[in-house]
Design a protein around this ligand. Structure first.
Ligand SMILES: *Cc1c(COP(=O)(O)O)cnc(C)c1O
Length: 423
């Protein structure tokens, strides 16, 4: 599929007069259409709910926008819980799917009434100790181990993943929860990340639905909800075919009718915790070319760096690049597109064929709406960028200001000589 930015060069030239590069910009129209499509795809299930994985894009504007489509929050830390609470998302609208969880986080999750999803068998006793008594509603995270293979060779290795509990632990855990008076039960599993296939959720659902029937038969526990978690991917590369959420929803519906309904589990609520699929394609990092360097290779130096988008440096991830205003020019130049960190992996693209680039060009880096800004850090004293929203009416709204040196120095307020720099 051809990858095009959701803005023009002329729009960016106008925006930079107020908000200089680099910045992440989000597409309100795209976010809304996608949230509506997700809701529609699972409308067959009465209790369906998407809990947006806040870690993907922890911005209150976007969380509230998604809330309009019935979307809650999937949190995994104290501050993510606080963020959801400030957005008016509380109680059963929060799924708390954490791991290696600190005491304070469990306490806060209970305080806001979140549904707690326990990552480990030992957390039953831990949580009971922290809260004095187990909540009436609890979910358990399952890890089937081994290797999963979906279609077109996509696979992952849950046997190597730190998350969840084994099947034997899961069964034992449901028995214990039942004995301890828990009334509502959930099950959660996350097996593969960024799956670009419509088969992942249906394959996972089949496995979890069969397990739910086994759990009912062996422990007498009827699950209230099954959480398919995240992992629905996006087409980062132009040659990939994007997932079709309607087909995915229908695939889950089919196995639901085949497995859960005949087993008397036809009122199980289906939950999802998508992050990447909800916001990924609707964000872009816009950066300006400030240098060109020719040594053994040709380097284009931009004013963004890996602190604004870590995925290429961290995972070697591909992010498509458009040179604004040169959309139709031939890609006959080979470049490494780099940031300014003193780290050789600070490259947004390596050996990428692009149109001839000049200093002053604006570059749009695609698909940064999830796990983009959110993974930012402050290495080399670099400051995080602003986040902007391109609204449906074409206007631009600041949804997070850029960091200033005072933000970077604010935690050094224990030193008197930094006083003037921290405010
Ligand atoms: C990261 C995460 C998600 C979201 O994953 P995506 O790949 O962005 O969909 C959902 N649930 C949990 C528990 C996670 O850790």
């Amino acid at each position: 599929m051809e990858k095009k930015p959701f803005f023009s060069k002329a729009q960016i030239e106008e925006i930079v007069k107020t908000y200089p590069t680099p910045f992440h910009i989000y597409d309100e129209k795209g976010l809304r259409a996608n949230a509506a499509a997700v809701k529609e795809a699972f409308a067959w299930n009465k209790g369906y709910k998407e809990f947006f994985a806040v870690k993907a894009e922890p911005n209150p504007f976007i969380m509230k926008l998604l809330k309009e489509y019935g979307v809650g929050s999937d949190c995994s830390s104290l501050t993510e819980l606080m963020l959801a609470e400030k957005c008016g998302i509380t109680g059963n609208d929060i799924m708390f799917s954490s791991n290696d969880t600190p005491v304070e986080d469990f306490e806060y999750a209970a305080k806001v009434g979140a549904t707690i999803n326990l990552d480990d068998f030992s957390h039953i006793a831990f949580l009971e100790k922290v809260l004095g008594k187990l909540p009436e509603r609890l979910s358990l995270r399952y890890n089937p181990g081994g290797i999963v293979t979906i279609s077109n060779g996509i696979m992952d290795n849950p046997g190597d993943a730190k998350y969840g509990m084994t099947k034997a632990q899961l069964f034992e855990a449901y028995k214990i929860l039942k004995d301890k008076g828990v009334k509502e039960f959930g099950m959660h599993a996350f097996l593969v990340s960024n799956t670009v296939t419509n088969d992942y959720y249906p394959v996972l659902a089949k496995q979890l639905f069969e397990l739910a029937v086994e759990i009912k038969n062996e422990t007498g526990v009827s699950l209230n909800f099954i959480n398919l978690s995240g992992g629905v991917g996006i087409a980062y590369k132009p040659e990939q075919t994007p997932n079709d959420i309607k087909v995915i929803g229908e695939g889950v519906h089919k196995v639901y009718d085949e497995i859960l309904v005949p087993a008397g589990l036809g009122d199980v609520e289906i939950y999802t915790e998508m992050g990447r699929f909800m916001t990924g394609p609707y964000g872009m990092l816009v950066t300006k070319v400030i240098h060109e360097k020719k040594i053994y290779k040709d380097y284009i130096g931009v004013d963004a760096c890996a602190v604004n988008l870590m995925r290429p440096a961290m995972y070697g991830a591909y992010h498509h690049i458009t040179v604004l205003g040169k959309e139709d020019a031939p890609c006959d130049h080979k470049y490494d597109v780099t940031g300014s960190l003193c780290e050789n992996n600070d490259k947004f693209a390596i050996d990428r064929m692009l149109p001839e680039i000049e200093i002053g060009d604006y570059i749009a880096i695609h698909d940064t709406g999830a796990h983009g800004f959110a993974m930012g850090y402050n290495y080399n004293g670099k400051l995080k960028s602003a986040e902007l929203l391109l609204k449906e009416d074409g206007s631009v709204q600041l949804i997070r200001r850029k960091e200033e040196p005072k933000d970077y120095f604010s935690t050094l307020d224990c030193f008197p000589e930094f006083e003037g720099l921290t405010k």
